[in-house]
Design a protein. Sequence first.
Length: 131
Amino acid sequence: RNIVISIKNHISNTLHIQVEDYLLGLLPSSFYQTNFSSDSNATFASYKDTNGSSIQFLMTVADGIHNIDTEGSTTSEIDLGYSKAILIEKEGYRIIWYDERISILFDIRSTGLEKNDFIMICEALCAYYSK
């Protein structure tokens, strides 16, 4: 089963997100950064902790239709406060949402974090970009 997200685009000329410190501030203190890259189209950040939990943030300028493989997973729509999102549960959690105002698709994945903690991190990130 696949979910298809149709996105109306108001493409930004650049996606220059200064979020490195902000993202780390959202996570429990045991997390450390393992990867960070950013260019005019995307920002990717990856973090781990000493217990093996991990979280990856991908934020991209988006347009068109995006196919998301959900085979063998449980999916549900959740409310992040400022945006509706799709929660995908399979070997961890994944939350995807689109902020039409700034034309960014957020794709956040985690293994090892508690579901409610992961959702709270995504809610905080969603609120940050909704200012």
